[in-house]
Design a protein around this ligand. Structure first.
Ligand code: APR
Length: 257
């Protein structure tokens, strides 16, 4: 493995424009379970209905009453996210941005941990569970800015219905975020994928598109994923162990230049 980390670090140093795609696996060492595979939330509770958003639109008040009660997987997800702290993998990617190697980071995670670790160029393609969003004007709010006295809560700006910023199954990805993701994908000659099963689209399409255009892929995951056959380098292990090693190797290479 060490030689693969060396190879990956060399590849990243040589590249001009690299971005990252992260999934639930990067936050496992922060106490948040993944969704699929061993110990996954969906593995235990079953995947949520694919028409979650349509159900929300049909009864937003009912949805909010359920959300406030916190039942099933939502209870665990909220509680683990609210007390989670960034781990060494989040911090290592923030450093990779600071030293100018990582140009952007697309995360499927709704846990806010990349921002908490100091990453700035972050696109949260599935939203942020600690925020709220108006489904009419798209404005986003901190939770404490929205009163839950009347349900469903409404937007202070346009009166539209407010929902959690997390993107539900069946909900279109907010355009402002999707445009950033597609712009960054277009600019990239390589991508490092950390802790994602690369199963859910459109995010899962980004590494495939970069590869299709002749770019390179590096993955960090303890297990094989749907992306493995496409990857130039696969680093097998836990993100919190592997990503810091990769960044420290990369720093050595940059120092020796
Ligand atoms: N370090 C790195 N990777 C890990 C670790 C770890 N410690 N533990 C597990 N993994 C890997 C798993 O092997 C798996 O490949 O992380 C991946 C997690 O995959 P999923 O649970 O499918 O999560 P993700 O790819 O982020 O799911 C995408 O699906 O349910 C929706 O909206 C949800 O954003 C989510 C999307």
């Amino acid at each position: 493995m060490p030689q693969d980390i060396d190879k990956a670090a060399e590849r990243l140093v040589k590249a001009n424009y690299v971005i990252a795609l992260t999934g639930a696996g990067i936050s496992v060492e922060s106490g948040i379970r993944p969704f699929r595979g061993p110990g996954g939330l969906w593995t235990e509770y079953g995947e949520p209905p694919m028409d979650g958003y349509q159900r929300f639109l049909a009864d937003p008040k009912g949805h909010w009453e359920q959300r406030i009660k916190r039942v099933g997987y939502a209870k665990e997800l909220y509680e683990t996210i609210e007390k989670a702290k960034p781990n060494p993998a989040h911090h290592a990617l923030a450093e990779l941005e600071r030293i100018g190697v990582l140009k952007y980071l697309i995360t499927q995670n709704v846990d806010n941990l990349h921002l908490a670790a100091g990453s700035e160029k972050v696109a949260q393609i599935h939203g942020n569970m600690l925020k709220m969003r108006c489904i009419k004007c798209g404005s986003r709010y901190e939770q404490e800015e929205i009163s839950l006295e009347t349900l469903p809560p409404t937007c202070p700006k346009c009166g539209g219905i407010i929902k959690g910023d997390g993107v539900m199954f069946g909900e279109p990805i907010p355009l402002d975020v999707l445009e950033v993701c597609e712009r960054e994908m277009d600019r990239s000659e390589g991508m490092i994928c950390v802790g994602t099963s690369a199963f859910v689209y459109p995010a899962a399409g980004f590494p495939r598109e970069i590869k299709r255009r002749g770019g390179f892929l590096i993955e960090v995951d303890p297990r094989e994923t749907e992306l493995t056959p496409l990857c130039d380098i696969s680093l097998r292990g836990k993100a919190a162990e592997i990503v810091p090693q990769l960044v420290s190797k990369l720093r050595d290479i940059l120092k020796s230049k």
